[in-house]
Design a protein around this ligand. Structure first.
Ligand code: URA
Length: 197
């Protein structure tokens, strides 16, 4: 796979960025996608920006992130942290197109999509980030440390607009569905989230 398009300058306003990303062909994921999943939720200075990994089949069909079982668990987790349906939260992913067969996105796909996420964060100006799973955490925090070394404390993400954003890391809800023994630890992360709020 090669990058089909150079990044080019990305739009400086939200709607133009969404339109730009909707026709992106920077990596091979565009070939099999139904549609780009840009994100959903409160689009201006949300209390939290939740960053997952990649859209799944349900998300690809709906054009919205976190529509499937992992999304349902994520909403239950956020509600437990005091962030119910009315909370000021925006949801997006490291990559905006569905990898076939639910595989994790490759390093190259993540790299191709990162300029769009970086611009989203700069334009959204979220008060805090919640990074779901190892790939989102390592990419946004610029580290190779494993998930367990990153959970349990507050990190800082510097946006391209120069905003330092407090950031927490927790398990990806899809991994909690496979390994429910981690739910107790995830619960501790949610407590930390509640304290930061
Ligand atoms: N759906 C998403 O939008 N993101 C994930 O990380 C998992 C499911």
């Amino acid at each position: 796979q090669s990058l089909a398009q150079p990044a080019g300058p990305l739009p400086q306003n939200w709607d133009a960025l969404a339109a730009h990303v909707a026709s992106c062909k920077r990596c091979g994921l565009h070939e099999a996608r139904g549609q780009v999943v840009f994100g959903a939720g409160a689009p201006q200075a949300p209390d939290w920006l939740v960053i997952g990994e990649a859209p799944g089949d349900h998300d690809d069909r709906a054009g919205q992130p976190f529509q499937g079982k992992a999304g349902a668990l994520l909403r239950a987790m956020l509600a437990a942290a005091g962030l119910g349906a009315e909370a000021s939260v925006y949801f997006t992913n490291l990559v905006k197109c569905r990898p076939l067969g639910n595989r994790p996105p490759s390093a190259q796909e993540i790299e191709a999509c990162m300029p769009a996420l970086s611009r989203q964060i700069a334009l959204l100006r979220p008060a805090r980030l919640l990074l779901l799973g190892r790939l989102a955490a390592q990419t946004l925090l610029g580290t190779r440390d494993e998930l367990d070394a990153l959970r349990g404390r507050v990190h800082s993400y510097r946006s391209e607009a120069g905003q330092d954003i407090p950031s927490l890391v927790t398990y990806h809800p899809a991994s909690l569905l496979l390994r429910p023994q981690h739910k107790l630890d995830a619960w501790r992360d949610l407590n930390l989230m509640r304290n930061l709020h």
